[in-house]
Design a protein around this ligand. Structure first.
Ligand SMILES: CC(C)(COP(=O)(O)OP(=O)(O)OC[C@H]1O[C@@H](n2cnc3c(N)ncnc32)[C@H](O)[C@@H]1OP(=O)(O)O)[C@@H](O)C(=O)NCCC(=O)NCCS
Length: 330
């Protein structure tokens, strides 16, 4: 379904990365991997890992306060909090409710979105609907994950992910600024290609499920690569068609950070010069829900974005979930 949202803009951004750094060289001493291989194939040099006493909501709350301040608001201005995460603090209540309490934003309604690596993109779209219809004035969307808690640190696929959170504030915009298009897609036939099998209603946590490591993520890397490089161009070309823009009109692509080769191939297919594709996976790896808002915050604070800059967002994640969006920055 086509979703064309107007006059919704981002008025502030924030992010939070935990202090502890795990380098490729360190992982090399622990598991069957190779530091140079990781950098060359995945674009990752190091990743951040949450402290033992930090849950997803702690990372999310820090990013949220950062974004609220950047927008020139106070917590009581926030009407709605959306947390996109695949590593919630608990199965119930939502991480968004826990964040609401931690930052004391008691005027806000709060709920989570489960779309894994596409979670922030889905969250941006939901926030935009509420702003476009004037139901809410200030929506806080947070992408936050602690994949270190669902990683088997004895396996070589432990190299892919890191912990982190990013956030953005969505408010009313003026004509000729803000979001120009969203396209979201889901294909549940991909449900085994990236999954955390146990801990839900299908396979509740038991001694057996833990012994079998079913509480850790499982990923079919080849399928992720094949699907990512197929669906990202589809979503991107669709939002370009929706807006009547061409790839030459895009100033920067702010994509999810799955691994460098997926992004390089996508840029090649859509014919977007690689210099326009922003990445930070070398420092943080794949923070799942956190990737896009962390990168957006870094780009915003470094002065890269200017009034009128045309930004392309795109993400693919477990589900499959995927999509793209175009924003005219102001
Ligand atoms: C991970 C990926 C590089 C593996 O390549 P592949 O061809 O699909 O899988 P294979 O298991 O056959 O591995 C290919 C080679 O990489 C090596 N390799 C795979 N994982 C490795 C790791 N973690 N460390 C070091 N080497 C690794 C293998 O040893 C193999 O080497 P060989 O050719 O000398 O035998 C590729 O599937 C990929 O980039 N997938 C995208 C995954 C992703 O982005 N996930 C995050 C989002 S959910």
């Amino acid at each position: 379904m086509k979703q064309l949202v107007r006059e919704v803009k981002i008025t502030g951004t924030g992010s939070y990365l935990p202090e502890k750094v795990i380098t490729n060289e360190y992982l090399e001493t622990k598991i069957d991997t190779n530091a140079a291989w990781i950098y060359e194939n995945l674009g990752i040099k190091e990743r951040r890992i949450a402290a033992e006493n930090q849950a997803t909501s702690d990372l999310a709350s820090n990013a949220a306060l950062n974004a609220i301040e950047n927008a020139g608001l106070v917590v009581s201005d926030i009407d709605l909090i959306i947390v996109a995460t695949a590593t919630p603090d608990r199965l119930a209540p939502s991480t968004a409710a826990i964040v609401q309490d931690k930052i004391k934003a008691y005027n806000a309604v709060a709920f989570d979105i489960a779309a894994v690596c596409s979670g922030f993109l889905y969250g941006m779209s939901v926030a935009s609907q509420y702003i476009a219809t004037s139901v809410y004035d200030n929506v806080l969307v947070i992408g936050a994950d602690t994949f270190s808690r669902i990683t088997d640190w004895t396996r070589r696929d432990a190299v892919f992910f890191g912990d982190g959170a990013g956030a953005a504030i969505f408010s009313h915009g003026d004509k000729d600024e803000g979001f120009l298009a969203f396209r979201l897609y889901t294909d549940g036939r991909g449900k085994w290609n990236y999954t955390i099998p146990a801990g839900g209603s299908e396979i509740p946590s038991t001694h057996e499920s833990v012994e079998q490591g079913l509480h850790f993520f499982q990923m079919n890397g080849r399928e992720v690569y094949n699907t990512g490089t197929k669906v990202l161009p589809i979503a991107i070309n669709q939002v370009l068609a929706d807006t009547g823009l061409t790839v030459d009109d895009i100033d920067y692509m702010i994509p999810h950070q799955p691994s460098i080769k997926i992004l390089q191939k996508t840029a090649e297919i859509i014919k977007l010069p690689w210099e326009k594709v922003l990445t930070n996976m070398d420092k943080y790896a794949n923070t799942s829900g956190g990737t896009i808002p962390i990168l957006l915050d870094e780009s915003n604070r470094s002065g890269k974005l200017h009034r009128g800059s045309t930004l392309l967002f795109a993400a693919v994640g477990s589900g499959w979930t995927y999509g793209a969006s175009i924003l005219r920055w102001s």
